[in-house]
Design a protein around this ligand. Structure first.
Ligand SMILES: C[S@@+](CC[C@H](N)C(=O)[O-])C[C@H]1O[C@@H](n2cnc3c(N)ncnc32)[C@H](O)[C@@H]1O
Length: 366
């Protein structure tokens, strides 16, 4: 279900962008914003990013929510200048949205987590008409935009997975690091939680998700231990699950043996791969010519989906051994600035360990 939180204000007259441009120059004129300013050294809320675009300095923020990953690279790819409309399908703490807004773009910020929307709305309250938070699943981005009277956008950003805030909050049940109820739903209105999955799914189904989504070699042993444990009493907390998984996978390194199993359950609970595939198809229709699709992934399963999707649509011609000559590709619709994924620089991975596995892929609508 889609619940627009406030009515969308007139995008066409660029009222928001004009107001922001004024506020930005008033507030920051005269400040030395050198591109040499380091994230860690500066206490200014903004620094100059690629091509003179303003980039947020996230040392300066409200309470910590989530560090936006690959922010300068997103800025460079999306060129969020005044007049552009960007759909941020994973608003989270609004870190990426803020740098897009700060440079003049209008942002429709979608998240399925009410806590994220509440936080981002407070953080971005200065952007008035230029920012519209919407509660929903990015799988429904076509309906969300149609409901707002928007046919096409100039950019779509998906920064996949969960935020640090969700991960670090024991009450959300995503992590084995602290004890909490087994939940793992990004959207607390969803019917399926990790508790239901772990206690009610058939052993075969558990094996399948541990193999497919966790790439866990000992999937069958883990599933067997879970089935044995839940026959005695339901598994209700993250520590209980972690302990049961530990019976099947001995600890051999600093890594918690339950890491892959927790990842698999989270992916299944939130149908993360299915919603990604649906959203990518919809993005093709929703992007205006030269519109930018930017996707940040955090594990190989997601990255493989995005890579295949973009590569398949970026060759104007396809060839097969049985054909006498190449034929035009009916799926062609993107130019790729690079066929390779962009990864964070060392300074970012040092500053934010969660960025280590991030990969950004960019496609530009033909
Ligand atoms: C990694 S965080 C995004 C952080 C954000 N880019 C920032 O800079 O603060 C991912 C967010 O996307 C949301 N999310 C993940 N999958 C979603 C989906 N299918 N639909 C809507 N929101 C989703 C999560 O609830 C979470 O808040």
């Amino acid at each position: 279900m889609i619940i627009p939180i406030k009515p969308w204000l007139d995008l066409a007259n660029s009222k928001g962008a004009a107001a922001l441009a004024g506020r930005r120059s008033d507030a920051w004129n005269g400040l030395a914003m050198s591109s040499n300013v380091d994230f860690e050294e500066s206490d200014l809320p903004f620094r100059t990013g690629p091509g003179g675009l303003l980039c947020a300095n996230f040392n300066h923020r409200m309470e910590f929510y989530h560090d936006p990953i690959l922010a300068p690279e997103i800025l460079e790819a999306m060129q969020p200048v005044a007049g552009k409309q960007i759909f941020d399908g994973t608003l989270g703490g609004g870190g990426h949205a803020e740098i897009l807004l700060r440079n003049g773009a209008h942002v429709i910020g979608c998240d399925q987590d009410q806590d994220a929307l509440d936080y981002a709305e407070r953080r971005l309250s200065a952007y008035d008409d230029a920012f519209l938070p919407v509660r929903g699943n990015f799988r429904e981005m076509d309906q969300i935009l149609a409901g707002l009277g928007i046919g096409h956008v100039d950019g779509i950003l998906l920064d996949l997975g969960v935020s640090s805030r969700q991960l670090d909050n024991p009450a959300r049940g995503f992590s084995f690091r602290e004890n909490g109820p087994l939940d793992m739903r990004m959207d607390d209105r969803a019917a399926l939680s990790a508790k239901e999955l772990v206690n009610e799914w058939a052993e075969d189904e558990l094996i399948r998700i541990f193999r497919e989504y966790g790439e866990e070699r000992r999937a069958a042993r883990v599933a067997r231990e879970i089935v044995k444990a839940r026959a005695i009493k339901p598994i209700e907390t993250t520590f209980e699950l972690s302990e049961v998984v530990g019976r099947a996978i001995p600890k051999t390194s600093a890594k918690n043996p339950a890491t892959k199993v927790f990842q698999a359950i989270r992916i299944a609970v939130n149908a993360e791969l299915e919603v990604l595939e649906v959203a990518l198809e919809k993005a093709v229709e929703l992007l205006a010519p030269k519109g930018v699709l930017a996707i940040i992934t955090f594990h190989s399963l997601e990255d493989r989906i995005v890579k295949r999707f973009m590569h398949r649509r970026s060759n104007p011609f396809i060839d097969r051994p049985e054909w006498s000559e190449p034929r035009s590709n009916p799926d062609f619709c993107f130019h790729l600035p690079s066929r390779r994924a962009i990864e964070p620089e060392e300074a970012e991975t040092r500053r934010n360990s969660r960025s280590r596995s991030a990969k950004l892929r960019i496609a530009i609508k033909a």
